[in-house]
Each structure stands twice: as structure tokens, then as C-alpha cells.
Design a protein around this ligand. Structure first.
Ligand SMILES: [Zn+2]
Length: 332
């Protein structure tokens, strides 16, 4: 059996974007866009964690929560952040972190968000889940699973957000504050009680088996040239790329900080920016290490798996890259 993904991992593109920001100059024109996207991704991830907190109160015997799955239907990939499987239905939940009061303007046919008395138009939060519902239904049909109801839900995760659901929206999916999600799911499930039941272990295994997490060429996605990437080893204290390897350790000529392992983050960045492996020469070129044997010692002690002998040796990207990045950052 495939292990259920019980813990929600930080999506890889978050440390990738952080790696990009470490490796481009403060004046790079792409910086602002990367920063904005990163901020949005963190906020989305935190919303999902807040949703996970409420979902802990679902009875685990009859519900299985999957933390993020990326599938394909109609030839396109789609990501469902929180599918919740029950023998009667599958709930697909979209976490939103809007503040204030969310209402539906029945006359103008659009959603509005009011904060401190100021009302503005907001994107329809039901559009994306509606699309995901159609895609998941197609995915299930293609696997011979018919009649398994796909129920979209939108949960606002900010505890103070007030949600007033629409009366006459063409999609009558449920919108609510996340504090009410467990009650809402149980209430909807009761409506399906007399319908056939489905083997959720089997469906969960199929979902996880076909999960293909997005592997992004992060530089390409922001049209950043590799020549714009700063090479060298960053000083963990003053963050300048000036570290020099002197007498068996890194030394910063700007702030005099010393480190034995500052090169680990350079290695992590090399993989985050899109490479699957690194050779001694590539490492020297990227981290600006002049001596081959010094680079060899650093690579050997990095804990990376490798293939090949001597000069043909290739060190492989760690399977758990986010963990490697975290370890590198914590090694001062
Ligand atoms: Zn420094």
C-alpha cells in the first residue's frame, strides 16, 4: 500500500523561489515578481495548514484526507489541495484566506469583500473548484469509477472572516468559514447516505499513485538567465557572496564571520535552481572553490549520494531536497 501523505509538505516551488531570491542581485528586475509570487504561495500554504487543523476533527475511520494531489484529465494537469474521501462522496476543498465579510451581490452577479466598510469586487471563489470538480469527475470516469459524487467546498481560513453564502449562484457549492467545515461535510454526507458506497482505500491509492508533483524549471518560469545567477558561497551572517576558504574554513572578508559548512547552501541552491546532479568541476564553478581536493572533501562530507569513480563522479540531487535545504540553512 502507498503511504498516505498525512503531513502537508511545503511545496517545492517555495524553497525554489527562496533560492532564486538568494541568487539574484537586489536590483534584478525579476526580483519583485518572484517576491510577490512567493508571498502568495506562503499565504496559500498557511491557509491549507489552517484548514488541516480543522479537518483533524473529522472521524478518521470514515474519512481520509489527502494533502495535495496533482493529476491529469483532458490532457491538462490540475492540483487539488485537499481531497477528502468518504465512502459516500469525495469533498474537494479550496482554502481561501480573504479577510472581512464575503458576500454575493445577487444583482451584479459577483462576489464582494468588505473590509472596514470598504467593499470591493472579488474573483468568484467558486470558479476554480467548479473546474476541479469537472476534471476530477473525468479522472474518475476514465478509471471506471462512476457515480462517486464530487462535492466542492470553499473554506475561508481566517477565523474572523464572515461568509454570507449566495442565494442564487448558478453553482450551489458550499462556502463557509473553515471553523464550520467539519459540520458542513457531515451534513452533506447525510444527504448521500442512501446512495451506493465506494472503496475509498482503492480510490486513495489510485490518486496517490498518479500524483505527479510539479517539477518546475524555476529560472525558466521567471525568464531568468543562468548568467544572472550569483555564484559563490553566501555569508550566513551578512549575506554577501564574499566567503573565502582560508585554512580549512570559510571566512567572510566583510564581517569576519567564520563557518565550516557555508558551502552546503550553495549546493542546495544549485539543485533548487534546476539541476539533478553536480560534478566536482560544476561545484567549483558554482561555489567558486579553486582547489579540486577541497571541493572533493566538501562534496564527500555533504552526505549526497554519488555514482561513478574519480573524475567521472556525479553527486545526485537529494530525494528530499526541502530537508537538505533546511539542514543547509541551519548549519551556520
Ligand atoms: Zn559576512
Amino acid at each position: 500500500m502507498i503511504l498516505n501523505n498525512i503531513k502537508r509538505e511545503i511545496p517545492l516551488d517555495i524553497p525554489q523561489k527562496e533560492g532564486v531570491l538568494r541568487r539574484i542581485t537586489p536590483h534584478n528586475p525579476k526580483r519583485k515578481r518572484v517576491e510577490e509570487k512567493l508571498k502568495r504561495r506562503w499565504s496559500g500554504h498557511k491557509g491549507e495548514l489552517a484548514l488541516d487543523y480543522h479537518l483533524r476533527f473529522l472521524p478518521f475511520k470514515s474519512y481520509q484526507v489527502i494533502r495535495g494531489v496533482r493529476l491529469r484529465a483532458f490532457g491538462n494537469a490540475f492540483q487539488i489541495d485537499t481531497p477528502i474521501l468518504n465512502p459516500h462522496a469525495i469533498f474537494i476543498t479550496e482554502a481561501k484566506n480573504h479577510k472581512g465579510t464575503i458576500t454575493y451581490n445577487e444583482e451584479k452577479n459577483h462576489f464582494e469583500q468588505t473590509i472596514n466598510g470598504v467593499t470591493k469586487h472579488m474573483d468568484d471563489p467558486l470558479l476554480q473548484v467548479t473546474e476541479h470538480k469537472q476534471q476530477l469527475e473525468e479522472w474518475l470516469r476514465y478509471r471506471g469509477i462512476y457515480g462517486y459524487p464530487v462535492v466542492p467546498l470553499v473554506a475561508f481560513t481566517n477565523p474572523s472572516t464572515v461568509v454570507i453564502p449566495p442565494q442564487n449562484h448558478k453553482h450551489n457549492w458550499s462556502l463557509m468559514n473553515a471553523v464550520h467545515i467539519v459540520d458542513k461535510i457531515k451534513e452533506i454526507e447525510r444527504q448521500y447516505k442512501d446512495r451506493p458506497t465506494f472503496n475509498i482505500d482503492k480510490i486513495r491509492d489510485a490518486l496517490l499513485a498518479e500524483n505527479t508533483p510539479l517539477e518546475q524549471d524555476i529560472l525558466q518560469s521567471f525568464s531568468i538567465k543562468s548568467s544572472d545567477i550569483i555564484r559563490g558561497v553566501m555569508c550566513p551572517k551578512c549575506e554577501s557572496y564574499a566567503m573565502e576558504w582560508v585554512r580549512l574554513r570559510w571566512q567572510c572578508p566583510k564581517c569576519s564571520y567564520r563557518s565550516n559548512s557555508a558551502h552546503l547552501l550553495a549546493l542546495a541552491d544549485y539543485f533548487l535552481l534546476g539541476k539533478d546532479s553536480i560534478t566536482n568541476r560544476e561545484f567549483r564553478d558554482f561555489a567558486l572553490v579553486s582547489d579540486r581536493n577541497t571541493a572533493l572533501r566538501m562534496l564527500k562530507s555533504s552526505g549526497l549520494e554519488y555514482e561513478g569513480l574519480s573524475k567521472k563522479r556525479v553527486y545526485k540531487k537529494p530525494d528530499d531536497l526541502p530537508a537538505f535545504v533546511k539542514h543547509a540553512i541551519n548549519q551556520k
